[in-house]
Ligand binder design. Structure first.
Ligand code: BGC
Length: 660
């Protein structure tokens, strides 16, 4: 339908929803367009009303059952964007079956602190890794004829005060850390982008002209629908002025506020028409897609995908004396089997799994192991060969509030200590959405795996890893600190109205590098049953800021394995402050036992650039750069140096030695 066919009233009505989840249909003039959460599986409400926060808190709103995939926090640990694609296309099939036009995902907000209650929904502390995964996720969903909503734009990095807080951030940190994942994901052309609840430098995201109109549309070229986070609009006319097209859910204030804005001359008919046009384009897209889209996978195939993605995402953190994989015939004591059934955090991303989630005990039995269940019981000395403790975080992780600590449940920690006092072979499997502290017990146990929230097939994947059928290949997409004292930011300093991003770039591994603090497990860390050696770094120049970084990775063990090699770039001498190093490329490769692989990673201009606020764009400053290749951010195996020498008139701050 064309906007010319609509009355003025109809146009204004179109700028908010019909109800909790559907676009306005103007009394049946337009086809139905249903929007639904969420990142790690479909969460479609069975009712269309929206009882916002109360519904979440009391878990009253009933959702349809759907395949529960690994959370995005884990998908990023696969360092394999193909997994994000696979998951996206699988979720799309659930959407098609349930007549959902747009999936409200993915969330790419940066993990500024491991305490953020919603970290399980987000990808990484690094924008490059997050951007690569989000890009493929969006393609996976949209190639199947379902739209996405890239969220939450932007600077929503904590939950406690997300509805009221002003994220005060300086330009460089915003451009270099908080926006690039959005920027990259936008290349996959999401149908919609969802703005966040918070303010950004003093203006609510929903009304922020600089963020929505100048940056998102103007600089990043987004021409789709900007939708509000649910109830994020403060004033509909101000939001429209900032080019926010669609207020969700239905708001009775929307219409009169738009009329008031028009009458006051604050917004124009053109502002209304532009948004109406974009909403109608979305309706057309959804309607067209619906005609041809088809379910491509069976429920069983979707379940198999959850297992496959989990197999690539689970991270082996410790494996003393190669206790793992478990040897055939071993007897396994399983503690807290129920803890192993937790597949996700709370809030709008909570998916109701469509299968009964099997505990790890059952999955180990399916792999042929004898399992002794202990539940919450005290340990006795009549125990098996290995004690597997399935543990959860102390705080139930959820949208709406942050964690206060990084602890495990007290009972779980007590039992680990108790088991370790009596037995040599304690293995801990952590089911949580973000980093947890391990200092009290890590030296006492022999194995640790971070399962995260890995979806409804997580225990089948874990059992296959424990049994040695699958070689673990996930690596952490966020740093695990020793303790709360080592965090880059202190949430206790924040309050209802404001959060100051004083740490600038010192987030995640950038912080640990700068503060020279050794974390418990660094960003990019993960073990394999295989061993890899790196050699023969070669850096080939194709252009002044175009390089090919090649190196050889050899599997020096007798098992096949996948290795994630990471390429970091550091600016040696710079006139502006730069992080010591930043991830600019990576590769995940299957390398057979005893074999080698030559790997090439390309670096372009952005790999060397920083955002220069004086010229309003990314800028490469001439000089030396160190290129490091390694197995984690703290395990750099190869290093080389290049010198960039762009023509002198490209340079803003030339000095004799650098430019002439
Ligand atoms: C969340 C969004 C979600 C929306 C709809 C909001 O509270 O922040 O991520 O898509 O609700 O459920």
């Amino acid at each position: 339908m064309k906007k010319e066919e609509l009355t003025k009233e109809e146009k204004l009505k179109l700028l908010t929803g019909k109800d909790g989840w559907r676009l306005e249909d103007l009394g049946g003039k337009l086809p139905e367009v249903f929007l639904s959460d969420g990142p790690n599986g479909l969460r479609k409400m069975q009712e269309t009303g929206f009882d916002a926060m109360a519904g979440y808190a009391q878990n009253k709103l009933i959702t349809v059952k759907a395949t529960a995939y690994p959370n995005l926090s884990m998908v990023a640990c696969s360092w394999n964007p193909e997994m994000a694609y696979l998951m996206g296309s699988g979720i799309a099939d659930d959407c098609i079956e349930n007549d959902v036009a747009v999936l409200l995902a993915p969330g790419v907000n940066l993990k500024r602190t491991p305490l953020c209650g919603r970290n399980f929904e987000y990808l990484s502390e690094d924008p490059f890794l997050a951007g690569e995964c989000a890009y493929q996720y969006i393609r996976g969903v949209q190639d199947s004829g379902v739209g996405t909503s890239l969220k939450h734009f932007a600077l929503n990095n904590g939950e406690d005060y997300r509805l009221t807080q002003n994220s005060e951030v300086e330009e460089r940190a915003m451009r270099e850390l908080y926006l690039p994942a959005f920027e990259r994901a936008l290349e996959a052309k999401p149908w919609t982008v969802m703005c966040s609840y918070n303010m950004i430098n003093g203006v609510y995201a929903s009304e922020n002209k600089k963020m929505l109109s100048d940056i998102l549309r103007g600089e990043f070229g987004f021409d789709g629908v900007i939708v509000s986070d649910w109830c994020a609009v403060k004033n509909r006319a101000r939001a429209l002025k900032a080019t926010l097209d669609l207020e969700m859910p239905y708001s009775e204030r929307s219409y009169p506020e738009l009329v008031e804005g028009l009458e006051a001359g604050y917004i124009s008919e053109k502002d209304v028409d532009d948004s109406v046009e974009r909403v109608l384009t979305l309706v057309d897209k959804a309607t067209e897609a619906k005609k041809t889209r088809k379910v491509k996978t069976t429920k069983e195939e979707r379940y198999a995908r959850t297992v496959k993605i989990a197999e690539e995402s689970i991270v082996l953190l410790k494996n003393e004396d190669d206790l793992l994989p478990l040897k055939k015939g071993m007897k396994i004591d399983v503690y807290f089997d129920d803890g192993s059934k937790e597949t996700g955090g709370g809030g709008s991303a909570k998916v109701e799994p469509d299968v009964e989630v099997k505990g790890i005990g059952k999955c180990l039995q399916d792999e042929g192991f004898e399992v002794i269940y202990h539940g919450d019981a005290y340990l006795t000395d009549a125990t098996g060969d290995v004690q597997l403790m399935c543990v959860n975080a102390n705080t139930y992780e959820s949208e709406g509030y942050d964690r206060r600590d990084l602890l495990l449940k007290k009972r779980h920690e007590e039992m680990i200590l108790n088991a370790a006092r009596r037995n040599k072979n304690v293995v801990v499997a952590i089911y949580a959405g973000s980093a947890v502290e391990m200092s009290n017990w890590i030296d006492l146990v022999r194995g640790v795996l971070f399962v995260g929230f890995c979806g409804e097939g997580q225990n089948e994947a874990l059992a296959r890893i424990l049994a040695g059928k699958v070689n673990p290949s996930g690596k952490l997409a966020q740093t695990f600190p020793e303790s709360l004292d080592d965090l880059p930011v202190d949430l206790e300093q924040e309050y209802e109205r404001a959060v100051y991003y004083r740490e600038r770039f010192a987030v995640g591994y950038r912080y640990y590098d700068w503060a020279m603090i050794e974390p418990l497990f660094p960003f990019g860390y993960g073990r394999s049953y295989a061993k890899f050696e790196y050699s023969d770094l070669e850096i080939k120049k194709n252009g002044e800021t175009d390089y090919e970084v090649s190196y050889t990775v050899k599997n020096v063990s007798n098992v096949d394995g996948k290795e994630i090699s990471q390429v970091y770039v550091g600016d040696v001498i710079a006139t502006s402050e730069r992080p010591e190093k930043e991830l600019k490329g990576f590769s995940k490769d299957l390398i057979k036992a005893g074999e080698s692989k030559r790997i090439t990673v390309k670096l372009g201009e952005r790999a060397f650039a920083f955002y220069n606020p004086s010229i309003g764009k990314f800028y490469v400053e001439n000089g030396k750069f160190v290129i490091s290749v390694g197995a984690s951010s703290a395990d750099l195996r190869l290093q080389g140096e290049i010198t960039v020498k762009l023509p002198k008139f490209t340079q803003m701050s030339p000095t004799d030695s650098r430019d002439f």
